[in-house]
Design a protein around this ligand. Structure first.
Ligand SMILES: [Zn+2]
Length: 732
């Protein structure tokens, strides 16, 4: 495989608040991809920064009695600590309030302004509300008043929360400034606009992948959305890139300190500033970079420009206009490389709804850590929900607990904990030598290795959920082999030492392989697994054969079960945050204009379509029943004779069961997502309800129901029975 050199960034956290789990979705997604690309042998530069400019920061600092510089410095420390704890491991983490960013923002602006034959910057007057007391122009979100439609008081300048009407701030009745309470006046001010439409043809080519050797620059659904804007009547509108003083940001050159760059102009340029700083830093030098690498990477007119290098941005779907229209146009206008790819994620919801302070689901990163939850677990759960498509992710806290306990502890760590003791007790802590495998072990290990290349490819494509499905499939296979050979039984028979050694060597070798697959998602747990096995793995290729003859360390828990009490404590603490900490200065979570929405929804699952609230858990708990009710159920054991997909259904598997004295049964079961290789179920025992009324389905008659545990979809597990139970036996 050819090694790629890739600059990777994620959306920049806005410095007006702490990180919460909604932010973490995108950051963790980015970090997993970075780790996987490195494990595949690529060179990745991973940089980000705090995004610190704009009116919300200026006012929040003022309210806190600090200078803006002091205010953002405190936030930077907090953000860095949270990133470290969640193992989001940047090569360089900087701030957008830096000399490098100022210089680059001025460079880009000047290139656009001085373009020949015609400038890409236009100037014209904008009429806007002005706070005469505070002596500043007010962004829309800083004006409130009565809804022009229904008269509800205290509505923002863009829409009414009561009747849903949308309008301009100038339509509000009795408007007032959120900052001072004064009645705002309408005033004219000259604004600077970037004529994005000048780059329409370039953007079309970029969207079509024509500038990236045909490689798609984003998911098709994102490209379609961006094309809608390009195709809108009159094309893409000019973008207002200026704000009037007072403003916390960079002055626009040549305006005598009266005009500043809008925060959204210098925020993405902050990606480049971080990379520039990194190239010139000791950290960069350690990784072989030098200051000149910035030009080699970015400047198309530079003699050393390397067109094969790549730039990938991970962002939330709420900010695709900035990254998919304005940003590539700015870069092109400044003679800099355009992005190789946008990786877009959806919004995060919790328990099927928006994050909510009153429900205790507006969870700060710090609160998650404080209750003792392992950061790897959130990383893993997010991975089970992430694909290349910008789909919304729901953090269902019950599913989170069950999935982590089932997948990581029950399926993965369990392999090691079941076998390590025998290796120490009977074989001096050493795995079997080459040739110890029986035909089954050889076959299954080859089978697992056969999936190994897929793992790197799936990661590269951003299909993390698919990686976790492969992992679960493989872990089930290994656990089945352990169960079938029962090392705890073999251990009692001195004549079976060879078989015992083979089973344990197979299981722990497979465990090493699975740890390698999981490593980008659960880096800390994978490190522990490595220490247990005496391995140092850096690449996917590092594991390609069984660990013959390897000496292992005593087993220590690599991951422990989530206790439901931790989750309860987290919810409680998230409710407390609201009461104990002073409420943030009014707008910070909303901010100004789109920066506002970006800050609030990168996160909150906010801007998306509202979802129906989930009924309370308790309401779903079944009522108590008498034993008479239970005996009405004819539960039986059966052996699976046949199992396969059902044509025309993506949910069902068709089972043919041997139900002993009851004869053969056909049952359709909706567990296809959890068992994608149905032929592997043939021969195993299942538990089913034999006296459920037969149900006629489109595909045939279903004669009963097979029992499984879990929350649905791919999170379903067939019930197992111990050896000795025979087909047809009743379950009581
Ligand atoms: Zn209204």
């Amino acid at each position: 495989m050819t090694s790629r050199e890739i600059l990777v960034t994620h959306a920049l956290p806005y410095a007006n608040g702490q990180l919460h789990i909604g932010h973490l979705l995108g950051y963790i997604q980015t970090d997993i991809w970075v780790r996987a690309m490195r494990m595949a042998g690529n060179t990745v530069h991973f940089v980000a920064a705090d995004d610190v400019h704009g009116t919300p920061i200026m006012l929040a600092a003022e309210k806190a009695g600090k200078t803006a510089e002091d205010f953002i410095a405190g936030m930077l420390v907090s953000h860095k600590a949270d990133f470290k704890a969640f193992r989001v491991d940047h090569d360089y983490y900087y701030t957008t309030h830096s000399p490098e960013n100022r210089e680059l923002a001025e460079f880009v602006y000047t290139k656009l302004r001085d373009a020949k034959p015609e400038s890409h910057i236009a100037r014209r007057a904008v009429r806007q509300f002005y706070d005469p007391l505070k002596q500043m122009f007010l962004p829309d979100r800083y004006i409130k008043g009565e809804c022009p439609n229904c008269g509800t008081k205290d509505q923002y300048g863009d829409n009414c929360e009561n009747c849903g009407a949308t309008y301009a701030p100038t339509d509000l009745k009795n408007p007032y400034s959120v900052v001072s309470g004064a009645t705002p006046e309408l005033r004219d001010s000259e604004h600077y606009f970037f004529k994005v439409g000048d780059f329409t043809e370039h953007l079309r080519k970029w969207l079509a992948g024509e500038l990236t050797h045909g490689n798609p620059t984003m998911h098709p659904s994102v490209a379609a959305k961006l094309r809608e804007w390009l195709d809108a009547e009159g094309g893409v509108r000019d973008w207002d890139i200026s704000r009037d003083a007072p403003y916390f940001g960079f002055e626009i050159p040549g305006t005598d300190g009266k005009k500043f760059f809008y925060v959204w102009l210098d925020a993405p340029i902050g990606y480049l500033a971080s990379f520039k700083k990194y190239c010139a830093s000791p950290e960069g030098a350690k990784n072989g970079l030098k200051p000149a690498d910035f030009d080699r990477f970015l400047r198309k007119d530079h003699p050393a420009f390397d067109a094969s290098a790549e730039m990938h941005h991970f962002i939330g779907k709420d900010i695709i206009n900035f990254h998919g229209l304005f940003w590539p146009a700015m870069l092109e206008g400044a003679g800099l490389r355009t992005p190789s790819k946008l990786h877009v994620n959806g919004y995060l919801g919790v328990n099927g709804d928006k994050m909510s302070k009153s429900r205790g689901t507006f969870i700060q990163a710090r609160t998650y850590l404080d209750v003792g939850l392992n950061p790897d677990y959130l990383r893993y759960y997010f991975a089970t929900m992430l694909s290349a498509a910008p789909t919304d992710v729901d953090l269902d806290l019950k599913a989170f607990e069950e999935r982590v306990n089932s997948h990581l502890v029950g399926k993965w760590v369990n392999i090691a904990s079941r076998c390590a003791g025998f290796v120490h007790k009977f074989f001096g802590g050493r795995l079997g030598a080459e040739g110890c495998f029986g035909p089954e072990e050889t076959k299954w290990f080859d089978h697992l290795i056969g999936h190994h290349d897929d793992i790197a490819n799936l990661y590269r494509a951003g299909e993390f959920a698919e990686v976790t499905r492969k992992f679960v499939y493989a872990a089930d296979l290994v656990n089945t082999h352990i169960a079938n050979n029962a090392p705890w039984v073999l251990a009692k028979d001195e004549t079976k030492r060879g078989e015992l050694h083979a089973v344990c060597t197979f299981a722990l070798s497979a465990f090493a392989l699975l740890s390698n697959w999981l490593r980008p998602m659960v880096p800390a747990a994978a490190e522990k697994a490595d220490r247990f096995l005496g391995l140092t793995t850096r690449h996917f290729d590092d594991i390609h054969a069984p660990l013959y003859g390897r000496e292992i360390q005593p087993f220590e828990p690599i991951a422990t079960r989530i206790d439901a009490k931790q989750i309860e404590a987290m919810i409680e603490a998230s409710k407390d945050t609201l009461v104990q900490t002073p409420s943030p200065p009014n707008p910070p979570l909303e901010g100004e204009g789109s920066k506002a929405k970006a800050a609030a929804s990168a996160n909150a699952g906010g801007a998306g379509a509202p979802k129906a609230a989930q009924p309370a858990q308790a309401a779903n708990a079944p009522a108590t029943i008498a034993i008479d009710d239970f005996v009405k159920l004819d539960l039986r054991i059966a052996t699976v004779l046949q199992c396969g997909f059902v044509e025309g259904s993506d949910k069902l598997l068709r089972f043919e069961l041997d139900a002993g004295e009851l004869g053969k049964r056909q049952i359709f079961s909706g567990i296809r997502a959890a068992y994608q290789e149905p032929e592997r179920l043939i021969g195993r025992k299942v538990v089913f309800i034999a006296n459920l009324a037969p149900r006629k389905m489109r595909f045939g008659v279903s004669e009963g129901m097979i029992l499984s545990a879990g929350s649905g979809a791919d999170d379903l597990f067939l019930l197992d029975v111990d050896d000795g139970a025979a087909a047809g036996m009743p379950v009581k």
